[in-house]
Design a protein around this ligand. Structure first.
Ligand code: MG
Length: 290
C-alpha cells in the first residue's frame, strides 16, 4: 500500500494512492489525526486496528498537493553517513579523511531536525553565500519504523519496518566539515525533501532496490541498496541499542557514490538547479533549489 499526505481544498489529508500512482483516496481521519500526516495511521496499523474508511471518492493526484508523508516527524530524522562503499571512497579525501573507508566497525549516525522536512516537489531554499557556498545532494532510501522497540536484533529488525520513502539528505558541505558533528550542516531549513509517499514493506524490500539521482536531467547517482556497508537490519539493531525506536521514526540509510563533492572538480548546487531522486518500487521526488 502507498500512503500519501496531501493538501486538498486547503486541508491536510492522508490517503491511499492507487497502484498506478494516478489517484489518491483520503481516509476518514479527524483533523487532529491528519495534522501529523501518516503518523496516526502508522500508529493505528501497528496496533492492529483496521484501516479507517475512505472519506470520499478517489481524487486525481494531479489535483492535490503532495506533502512529505510525515510533514513534521515526531523527532529528528536518523541518518547514516558513509554507508555505500563507492561513496566512502569518493569522499575519503574530504569528509571521511580520518579513517579507512571500509574498515569501520560501526555506522556513522547523525540526525536532521524535523523542521527541515519539505514535500516531494517543494523548493529547497539555498541559505545564501554568507552561510554556505557548498550545497550538495544525497539521494537516499528512508526506512519508516512501524512497530517500536529497543535493543532490536538484526534477526527481528525487518519486522519493525513499516515501509519506505525517498529522501534527499541535502547538505552544506563547508558547514558539515567545519563542525565535528554533522547535524548543523544537514539541518538547514528545507534541507530534507521527502516523499512522494510511503510504500509499505509488504510491497518492496528496501534491501534490494535501486537509488538514483539526476541534477538537471543528468544522472549523477545510481546505486543498488545491496551495496550498503551496513544493511537495514544492522542499522536498526545499531540505532535501537539502548534507544527506543517509535512508530514513525525515520532512518535515512545513506547515499550512493556521485555526490557533487565527490566529482573532480566538485560541482555544488546552483540557484535554479532541479534535483530528482528516484527509488525503484517507491517513487520519485523532484525539487528546485532557489
Ligand atoms: Mg546522507
Amino acid at each position: 500500500m502507498r500512503i500519501a499526505t496531501f493538501i486538498h481544498h486547503g486541508k491536510r489529508h492522508v490517503g491511499q494512492v492507487s497502484a498506478d500512482g494516478l489517484q489518491v483516496t483520503a481516509f476518514a481521519l479527524s483533523d487532529a489525526q491528519a495534522a501529523s500526516g501518516a503518523q496516526a495511521l502508522i500508529e493505528a496499523m501497528v496496533s492492529g486496528h483496521a484501516l479507517p474508511a475512505f472519506s470520499g471518492p478517489p481524487l486525481d493526484i494531479a489535483s492535490v498537493k503532495l506533502e512529505a508523508p510525515l510533514p513534521l516527524p515526531r523527532r529528528n530524522v536518523w541518518c547514516v553517513g558513509r554507508n555505500y562503499h563507492a561513496h566512502a571512497k569518493e569522499l575519503q579525501a574530504s569528509v571521511f579523511k580520518d579513517s579507512n573507508t571500509d574498515a569501520q566497525a560501526w555506522p556513522i549516525v547523525f540526525t536532521k531536525v524535523p523542521e527541515c522536512v519539505i514535500g516531494p516537489s517543494d523548493d529547497v531554499q539555498l541559505p545564501g553565500p554568507d552561510v554556505s557556498e557548498q550545497i550538495d545532494y544525497e539521494a537516499e532510501l528512508a526506512v519508516i519504523i512501524g512497530l517500536g522497540g529497543k535493543n532490536i536484533s538484526q534477526a527481528d529488525a525487518m519486522k519493525h519496518v513499516f515501509g519506505y520513502t525517498v529522501v534527499n539528505d541535502v547538505t552544506a558541505r563547508d558547514v558539515q566539515m567545519r563542525h565535528q558533528q554533522w547535524d548543523m550542516g544537514k539541518s538547514f531549513d528545507t534541507f530534507c525533501p521527502m516523499g512522494p509517499w510511503i510504500v509499505t514493506a509488504d510491497e518492496i524490500d528496501g534491501r534490494k532496490t535501486r537509488v538514483r539521482c539526476w541534477v538537471n536531467g543528468e544522472l549523477r547517482q545510481d546505486g543498488p541498496t545491496e551495496n550498503m556497508i551496513f544493511d537495514i537490519p544492522t542499522l536498526i539493531e545499531t540505532i535501537s541499542r539502548g534507544i527506543t525506536l517509535y512508530p514513525g521514526d525515520i532512518i535515512a540509510t545513506g547515499t550512493p557514490a556521485g555526490v557533487g563533492m565527490g566529482l573532480k572538480p566538485p560541482r555544488y548546487i546552483n540557484k535554479g538547479d532541479v534535483i530528482r531522486v528516484e527509488i525503484e518500487g517507491v517513487g520519485s521526488i523532484e525539487n528546485r533549489f532557489v
